[in-house]
Structure formats: structure tokens, C-alpha cells
Design a protein around this ligand. Structure first.
Ligand SMILES: NC(=O)c1ccc[n+]([C@@H]2O[C@H](COP(=O)([O-])OP(=O)(O)OC[C@H]3O[C@@H](n4cnc5c(N)ncnc54)[C@H](O)[C@@H]3O)[C@@H](O)[C@H]2O)c1
Ligand SMILES: O=P(O)(O)OC[C@H](O)CO
Length: 320
């Protein structure tokens, strides 16, 4: 099968670099100028500087080059996914589409797999998610991810196709669990960054990660996910990575909030919109998600960190 990656940000470029070790890969950029710069300069200087693009990776801005491939990885920010699909219904409409974004759509509360199914009902959707920094993948460092696809046969075929020398894929048919694990861990990473940024200590971070995981499970199980999925790479694995590393943009936003510093608004931080989307969904379902609620207050500056801490500590005592 032939593979294209739509979206030439840090993650799309890193995945394309890794896949190019197996055979030809097409990387599609929105901007023709950007595509030309990458194709000739053999580097994504904007989003992934310092990584040489292999010769087997072709950068293009022509969507016909993507249409010619059977499998398309969608590496655009979550809140842009619907538009990216709508822009290319003809080119993508019957393809195997593997969403690589993490989050919940703000205006609908939907995850990436559901959005693909709604916008392009004849496409075959899947999701690639799990603990992975673009910089690590692009440098060839070992990484394990979850490939989620409701069609078991397709899931197995994609697992073979997208496994590379440094990317080891595990598969599941639980797309809801995989979507929610990847989305919710970003909200918890903002909370953990804020706690560390404010000097509240490693013990507080461990408490947030653990109780945050309980919130992740609460919502995922209410929406029909399997508990094992949350315990896997796409849930626990990604929570562990993102809540502890300054390579994470969500964690770094939290650090800035905790320190009272500003943060570059052009950086992709999926947890902000997702916190609001998840908070709305929790209210709708009657679920108790206090950490998520505090993160929404922190990111829209309606709640101070001291008030968030006080709210969390003052909650009624309960069984674990
Ligand atoms: N960077 C990582 O380490 C990493 C790791 C795992 C998952 N992800 C996920 O991958 C997704 C993308 O993140 P990223 O790091 O590549 O972000 P990024 O900010 O580096 O790049 C986003 C890219 O999407 C493109 N884009 C935006 N809107 C578009 C549209 N409508 N059509 C086509 N292209 C569009 C932008 O031009 C840009 O090239 C996010 O959901 C993120 O959570 C990122
Ligand atoms: O930089 P972040 O916070 O978007 O995290 C990147 C990946 O999702 C980590 O698995």
C-alpha cells in the first residue's frame, strides 16, 4: 500500500520521516511555498528543524499526489480536522484515513474518528495515538503507539503498514477509548505543568496524575470505552509522558500558567479547547471531573491557581 501524510507540522513530518525508511512517502503541505522549501531544502525548518528529510520522502502541495495513495495519515490540529476533510472531500472520500490528532472538537464534542465518519461517510477511519514526541520519532528513537480501528482486518493491515524500524504499533478496535485517552491526557498535562510551575511539588503532580487518570476513566467508561484501552499506551502511557516532560507543549503551557508567564499563542496546545469540550460533556453526562473543571478555569483565566488548589483540596472526602 502507498502512504501519504496530510499536514506538514512537527508530527506529520516526523511520521513521514520514519515511514520513509520503509519506502516512498508523500508529505502534503497546505502552502506551496512551504512544500517547495522543504522539498528542495530537505528540512522542515519551521516545525522540525535539524532533521534531514530522507530521499524517499516527497513533499508536495498538490492534493492529487495524496489522492493517488491508498492510506492517508491526517496530522493536523484537532480543531482543524473537520475543515481539512471538507476541503478535500473528492481526494479523500474513499480512502483509509488515519487521524493522528489528539483532542475533542469544541463545537460538537466529537473525536477525530467520529468526525471522519460524519464528514466522509465512505472513508475508512482509524486513529494513531500514544506517547510520542515528534522529535523522538524523527531521530529514530524507539516509540510504541496504539493503532485503533473498528474494522479488525483493516486494523491488522494498518498495523503492518505503519510499523517501522523505530515505531512499534499495538492495535485495538476500541476507537472511543483511544480517542479519549489521547484527548484527556493533554488536559491533565496542563494541570501538572501548572502545579510544577507554581512550585507545588512532585507529590501534588503524582496526585493530579492519579486522580486525573480516574477522571479519564470515568468519562471514557461512560462513553463506552474499554478500561484496558485507558490502561494502555493511548491512555496511561501518554499521560505518563505528557505530564512529566518539558517537550510537551501542553505541559509547558501549564508551567507558564503556574509561573504567571505568557505563552506563544501560535503554538499548538490541544488541551485548551479539549478541556472546554470535555467540561461541557461532563456537565451533560452528570460526571464529576473536578481537575478538568479547574483546568478550564485556569486556561481562560477565570480561576487562579490558588483558588483551583483550594477547590480541589476542599472537596468532600471519599473512597479512592
Ligand atoms: N508534535 C508532537 O510531538 C505530536 C505527537 C503526537 C501527536 N501529535 C498530534 O498531532 C497533531 C498535530 O500536531 P503537530 O505537532 O504536528 O502541530 P504543528 O503545530 O507542528 O503543525 C500543525 C500543521 O497542521 C497544518 N494545518 C493546520 N490547519 C490545516 C488545514 N486545515 N489543512 C491542512 N493542514 C493544516 C499546519 O499548517 C501545520 O503544518 C496534534 O493533534 C497533536 O496532538 C503531535
Ligand atoms: O506537545 P504535546 O503536549 O502536544 O504532546 C505531544 C504528544 O501528544 C505526546 O504524546
Amino acid at each position: 500500500m502507498s502512504v501519504a501524510v496530510l499536514g506538514s507540522g512537527a508530527f506529520g513530518t516526523a511520521l513521514a520521516v520514519s515511514l520513509a525508511g520503509k519506502g516512498p512517502v508523500t508529505l502534503w503541505a497546505r502552502s506551496a511555498e512551504q512544500a517547495e522549501l522543504m522539498q528542495t531544502g530537505r528540512e522542515n525548518a519551521l516545525r522540525l528543524p535539524g532533521v534531514r528529510l530522507p530521499d524517499s520522502l516527497r513533499v508536495t502541495a498538490d492534493i492529487a499526489d495524496v489522492q493517488a495513495c491508498e492510506t492517508v495519515l491526517l496530522a493536523v490540529p484537532m480543531q482543524k480536522l473537520r475543515q481539512a476533510l471538507a476541503d478535500h472531500t473528492e481526494a479523500l472520500g474513499r480512502h483509509v484515513l488515519v487521524a493522528c490528532c489528539k483532542g475533542i472538537e469544541l463545537k460538537t464534542g466529537m473525536g477525530p474518528v467520529s468526525i471522519i465518519s460524519e464528514v466522509l461517510p465512505d472513508a475508512r477511519p482509524a486513529l494513531l495515538t500514544g506517547p510520542s514526541f515528534a522529535q523522538d520519532i524523527a531521530r529514530g528513537l524507539p516509540t510504541a503507539l496504539t493503532l485503533a480501528c473498528a474494522e479488525a482486518d483493516l486494523s491488522a493491515a494498518l498495523q503492518e503498514e505503519l510499523t517501522t524500524a523505530n515505531l512499534r504499533l499495538y492495535r485495538t478496535t476500541d476507537t472511543i477509548g483511544a480517542e479519549l485517552g489521547g484527548a484527556l491526557k493533554n488536559v491533565m498535562a496542563i494541570a501538572c505543568g501548572a502545579v510544577i510551575g507554581a512550585g507545588l511539588g512532585e507529590s501534588a503532580r503524582a496526585a493530579l496524575m492519579t486522580r486525573g487518570y480516574a477522571e479519564m476513566q470515568r468519562m471514557a467508561l461512560a462513553l463506552g470505552a474499554q478500561a484496558e484501552t485507558l490502561a494502555g499506551l493511548s491512555g496511561f502511557g501518554d499521560l505518563a509522558l505528557t505530564c512529566t516532560s518539558e517537550l510537551s507543549r501542553n505541559y509547558r503551557l501549564g508551567l507558564a500558567l503556574g509561573r504567571g508567564e505568557s505563552f506563544d499563542p501560535s503554538i499548538t496546545v490541544e488541551g485548551v479547547a479539549t478541556a472546554h469540550a470535555v467540561n461541557a460533556k461532563a456537565l451533560e453526562l452528570g460526571l464529576d471531573m473536578p481537575i478538568t473543571r479547574c483546568v478550564t478555569g485556569l486556561v481562560d483565566h477565570s480561576l487562579t491557581l490558588n483558588d483551583a488548589m483550594a477547590q480541589l483540596l476542599a472537596r468532600p472526602l471519599k473512597e479512592e
